[in-house]
Design a protein around this ligand. Structure first.
Ligand SMILES: *[C@@H]1O[C@H](CO)[C@@H](O)[C@H](O)[C@H]1NC(C)=O
Ligand SMILES: *[C@@H]1O[C@H](CO)[C@@H](O)[C@H](O)[C@H]1NC(C)=O
Ligand SMILES: *[C@@H]1O[C@H](CO)[C@@H](O)[C@H](O)[C@H]1NC(C)=O
Ligand SMILES: *[C@@H]1O[C@H](CO)[C@@H](O)[C@H](O)[C@H]1NC(C)=O
Ligand SMILES: *[C@@H]1O[C@H](CO)[C@@H](O)[C@H](O)[C@H]1NC(C)=O
Ligand SMILES: *[C@@H]1O[C@H](CO)[C@@H](O)[C@H](O)[C@H]1NC(C)=O
Ligand SMILES: *[C@@H]1O[C@H](CO)[C@@H](O)[C@H](O)[C@H]1NC(C)=O
Ligand SMILES: *[C@@H]1O[C@H](CO)[C@@H](O)[C@H](O)[C@H]1NC(C)=O
Ligand SMILES: [Zn+2]
Length: 453
């Protein structure tokens, strides 16, 4: 009986899948709009993005990784690893052993990236599959000797239209087919830094432009016939918070700049002492009530930011909205990089496609959970990572998931059914007990029968 049900069921499923497009391998386009703070979605209008969400899923808050900077977070999304485990621990790094430097302008040495394997490499190791990138940190670097089959060298001057045109061309025309693709755009990060997120007028304009780009993306996918079968994730690396000239921490007021080297400055400073570490630490410790000063071994475990040679002996973490400077004026009106438990640092995630539910809203996941979800969609075996696939099950059509309100509903429903059943049984028993004497009479009559015979 059980096997019959399973047979019927699998027959149903293969019957639905049997046709054309579904037999092709699943495809996924991963899109990042840099610095898209989660609550922009509540505070501004996004007609195109809201339409995308209406037919797909939304995760309102994605808890990202510390430090909440661009390169580290983009690499966590595609590896599922905390920064200490994937090795891109900042946008500016120094390795004491090799004496190598890394910056967002000088990022092409695979040395920095090889501590992890991003999903585009794993995808390409599968037979008959290739990956493509219209930019994303690391996609123009031969990581483990492998770049995506199709990629662009990073250049901020390439328009969104050109990135979109080229990535969709690759998604359509390539053999072996491109099954994983990335698309990266610098806004609203650049404007968030320039104006600060509290500049409603300028942010309104910039965010409307972003929404129009999302409109173009969806339109293009529909025109090309990709819309129904392509899975699309739109997300971001981090949020943005307002800074102020009244919230400056000037390290030069506290310590002689010759006693240490600064590898990274704000809002998380990476300090490499040139003299006795304890002395440097003691001076910085009392420098400002608006930043936390940690010896590497004392960095809180919740940051998962300790076990890597590229993390310097002392780090300074500014409070939200505070800027660390060296005797200079305020460099930017908006910034990110702060504590990843701050909701202003969180991005969102929206997704659409055959793998995702339609019209489902979810409260929160971690950015490291995106990787195992993407591997599941693509049918790839995930590499060891810090994400939890279970956190994303509610987003996926092929997974069974109950969230808390549903669970409460089911329990109440079950109790109602039980109560009703019990009631019915009691009534039935009462009804049955009425004709009892009667049946006894009948029985007695029956008993008499043999006598008659
Ligand atoms: C199956 O494919 C055929 C031809 O490719 C098409 O006419 C038909 O509509 C498809 N059926 C479904 C359920 O997609
Ligand atoms: C790869 O593609 C070739 C040619 O289309 C096909 O013969 C082969 O079975 C495919 N391999 C896999 C694992 O899908
Ligand atoms: C990227 O730049 C390198 C060095 O400038 C060049 O050799 C390579 O062909 C470029 N690749 C692409 C895909 O444009
Ligand atoms: C996009 O594709 C066009 C046409 O193939 C090509 O000329 C152009 O160089 C590509 N752009 C980038 C940034 O690779
Ligand atoms: C800070 O800069 C000002 C000039 O802008 C200079 O006069 C002052 O000595 C500097 N202070 C320190 C501690 O470097
Ligand atoms: C250290 O401060 C002096 C002036 O106080 C300045 O001339 C010098 O450039 C600073 N060095 C660094 C590495 O910032
Ligand atoms: C560093 O300085 C502290 C306090 O000033 C001192 O106790 C310690 O011995 C010094 N360590 C070294 C290695 O010089
Ligand atoms: C994160 O995952 C890596 C790879 O499995 C593992 O080595 C590391 O210990 C994990 N980190 C935490 C905090 O669990
Ligand atoms: Zn930024």
């Amino acid at each position: 009986m059980k096997s019959l049900v399973i047979l019927l069921f699998s027959g149903l499923i293969t019957g639905c899948r049997g046709n054309s497009s579904h037999s092709l391998p699943p495809k996924l386009l991963l899109v990042s709009f840099d610095g898209f703070r989660a609550d922009y979605l509540q505070n501004y209008e996004f007609p195109h993005l809201q339409n995308f969400i209406k037919e797909g899923v939304l995760v309102e808050h994605v808890k990202n990784v510390f430090i909440t900077k661009t390169f580290p977070n983009h690499y966590s999304i595609v590896t599922g690893l905390y920064e200490e485990s994937h090795g891109i621990v900042a946008n500016s790094m120094y390795d004491v052993v090799t004496k190598k430097h890394f910056s967002d302008l000088d990022d092409k040495d695979p040395f920095w990236w090889n501590e992890a394997v991003p999903i585009w490499v794993t995808n390409q190791l599968q037979e008959n599959r290739s990956s493509a990138a219209a930019m994303w940190p690391g996609t123009d670097v031969p990581i483990h000797n492998t770049t995506p089959s199709y990629f662009m060298n990073y250049s901020s001057s390439v328009s969104f239209e050109e990135r979109l045109n080229n990535i969709t061309t690759w998604l359509i025309n390539s053999n072996p087919p491109v099954t994983f693709a990335t698309l990266y755009w610098e806004e609203p990060d650049a404007s968030g830094h320039k104006y600060g997120p509290e500049d409603k007028e300028n942010m309104y304009r910039v965010l409307k432009e972003i929404d129009d780009l999302i409109g173009e993306l969806v339109h293009k996918l529909k025109v090309l016939g990709l819309w129904e079968n392509l899975n699309v994730i739109i997300t971001s690396d981090h949020g943005m918070t307002q800074c102020s000239k009244d919230r400056l921490i000037n390290l030069d007021r506290c310590i002689d700049n010759s006693s240490y080297a600064l590898i990274d400055l704000t809002p998380v400073a990476a300090v490499l002492p040139k003299i006795n570490t304890t002395e440097v630490y003691n001076k910085l410790k009392v420098c400002s009530p608006h930043m936390n000063v940690y010896l590497k071994e004392d960095i809180p475990a919740r940051f998962h930011y300790q076990h890597n040679n590229r993390i310097q002996p002392i780090i300074l973490v500014a409070d939200e909205g505070w800027t660390i400077v060296l005797n200079k004026s305020l460099p930017k009106l908006g910034d990110h990089g702060y504590d990843n438990s701050l909701s202003s640092m969180h991005p969102f995630l929206a997704a659409h496609g055959p793998a995702f539910h339609k019209g489902y809203k979810h409260n929160t996941i971690n950015s490291v959970d995106i990787y195992p979800m993407m591997c599941h969609i693509l049918g790839l075996k995930p590499r060891p990572n810090n994400g939890t696939f279970g956190h994303t099950k509610c987003l996926l059509v092929d997974q069974w998931c109950i969230n808390l309100p549903e669970a409460v509903g089911i329990v109440i429903g079950a109790l109602l059914v039980l109560t009703t059943l019990t009631g019915l049984i009691i009534i039935m028993q009462n009804r049955l007990s009425v004709p009892r004497p009667f049946s006894r009479l009948q029985l007695q009559e029956d008993d008499d029968d043999p006598l008659i015979e």
